[in-house]
Design a protein around this ligand. Sequence first.
Ligand code: URA
Length: 201
Amino acid sequence: MNLDQISDLEQLRAAVAGCQACGLRAGCRGVVFGEGAPGARLAFVGEGPGAEEDRLLRPFVGAAGQLLDKILAASGFDRTQNAYILNVVKCRPPGNRVPTPEEREACRPNLAAQLRILQPPIVVLLGATALQTLIDPEARITRLRGQWLQRNGVWYMPTYHPAALLRDPAKKKETWHDMKLVIDKYRAVVDPGHVSPHYPG
Ligand code: URA
């Protein structure tokens, strides 16, 4: 299936549902495509589905996802209103291990097609896997988080993955710093009237 011909996210979802490009699909329940508001101008890219995501076939619905939803709510974002959530790999790696470079490359056409159709001007990279896959395989999240990276007209903000915040709550402060930059940028390039309950601006 040539994904380049597809210009609609629901058509793409149907095409990706049958993907067998790497070995992950054989060990999971199904493809977790991504979800969000149609026409969202802001995307959040995670690593890959965990157990709960694989069970429900929805991204970020486990413990890390619940924390992500809280971060979004504090920022005035919501996956049903103005944000789209997706992952580097669409199938759960066994035992929640980090997807290998080969698995990420196998899934890259799926991710690239999603971003091509969505064309979000702002992309938040949640953790090292998203940063390394979309920006630079050698990049370190601890060094680059909190700094805007512009590539082909898109603004990328690397920040910690919510699972890292569950392991080390001290990182929440830096994450909120990064999210305030995202809110500023959203107000600058998408909606000057954007309301954030915890960052009136
Ligand atoms: N972690 C991720 O990176 N993605 C999910 O969908 C859930 C947890």
